[in-house]
Ligand binder design. Sequence first.
Ligand SMILES: CCCCC/C=C\CCCC/C=C/C(=O)SCCNC(=O)CCNC(=O)[C@H](O)C(C)(C)COP(=O)(O)OP(=O)(O)OC[C@H]1O[C@@H](n2cnc3c(N)ncnc32)[C@H](O)[C@@H]1OP(=O)(O)O
Length: 302
Amino acid sequence: MALTAVVRIPTRALLRPWARLRDSALGWMEPVGGVEVSTQRFGSQRVLVEPASAAGVAVMTFKNPPVNSLSLELLTELVINLEKLENDKTFRGVVLTSDCPGIFSAGLDLTEICGRNPAHYAEYWKAVQEMWLRLYLSNLMLVAAINGACPAGGCLMSLTCDYRVMADNPKYAIGLNETLLGIVAPFWFKDTLVNTIGHRASERALQLGLLFPPTEALQVGMVDRLVPEDQVQSTALSVLAQWMAIPDHARQLTKNMMRKPTADGLLKKRDEDIQNFVSFISRDSIQKSLQMYLAKLRQKKG
Ligand SMILES: CCCCC/C=C\CCCC/C=C/C(=O)SCCNC(=O)CCNC(=O)[C@H](O)C(C)(C)COP(=O)(O)OP(=O)(O)OC[C@H]1O[C@@H](n2cnc3c(N)ncnc32)[C@H](O)[C@@H]1OP(=O)(O)O
C-alpha cells in the first residue's frame, strides 16, 4: 500500500537543521512553502523503512524471522535501503530496530558460513564487509533500538550506530561471542569494539566471548542507555531529535574524522580479508565447530 503524502517543511529549517527541533518543539507542523519531504513507506521483504512522525527521521525495521540472522538477502536489502535513505536528502537520521520478538539480530547467518563452497563464502563475506562499511561511514545519524538479544554480527551492526538504546531485560545479552563458537572476530569487528569500549575491556570481552546483560553492557559502555522494553523505540527517536539539533555538516565531518581511519583499515585490504575469511572458514576443524554449535541451537527445543 502506498502511503504517499507530502509534508512541506520551511526552507529555513533545512538550512538551519537545528531550528527544526526548536520549531517542532513549539508545535510547528504547518505545511508551508519549502522542500518536499516524502512520507512514503518503502523497503523490501526483510527490511521495512517507515518515515517517523518527526521530519527527517526514518525507522528501519529488520524482519527476517525467526531470529533476524544476517542472511545474504537481509544484508543486501539493508544496504539498498540505507542507500535509498542516504540519497533522499530529506532524511537525516535512522533508528534501526527489529520486528522479531525478543531478538534484535542473532548475527551472521550460520547457514551461510557452514557447509557451503568457497565462492559462496567469498560472496557472503563481501556482503558482510559492505554492510559494516556502509553503516559505519554513513552520513546519517544512526541509533540502534536494541529490543532483544544482540550477539556477534548483531552486536557489530549496533556498534556501527552513533548511539545504542537497549531494552532493560536481563534475558537479553549483547556482545561479540565469536570465540564461544570456535571462530575469531576479524580485526575490523575488534576495532569497532575497541573504538566503543576501549582496548582492555575489548580484549577481555573478545577473548572470553562475553555476552553482557543490559546492566553490564551499560557499565562497560557497549550501550548508551537502558529503558523498559516498550520504550526502546520512542527513546531512540527522542535521542535522534537531540542529535538533529547539531548542524549536519559539522557532525558528519566529525563522525568521518573519528571513523575513517578504522574503515580505511578494511578498505585497504578488502580482498585479502575475504581470502583470509574463506580459508579460515573452510577449515575442517572450523566447519566441525560450527556444525556442533548449530546442532546445539537446534537441539535446544527438542
Ligand atoms: C584469524 C583470521 C580470522 C578471519 C575471519 C574468520 C572468522 C569469521 C568470523 C565470523 C564472525 C561471526 C559472526 C557471527 O555473527 S556468527 C553468529 C553468532 N550468533 C550466535 O551465536 C547466536 C546464536 N543464536 C542464539 O543464541 C539464539 O538463537 C538467540 C538469538 C538468543 C535466540 O534464541 P531463541 O529465541 O531461543 O531462538 P532459537 O535459539 O530457538 O533459534 C531459532 C532458530 O533460529 C536458528 N538460529 C539461531 N541463530 C542463528 C544464526 N545466527 N544463524 C542461523 N540460524 C540461527 C536456530 O538454529 C533455530 O533454528 P530451528 O528453528 O531450525 O531449530
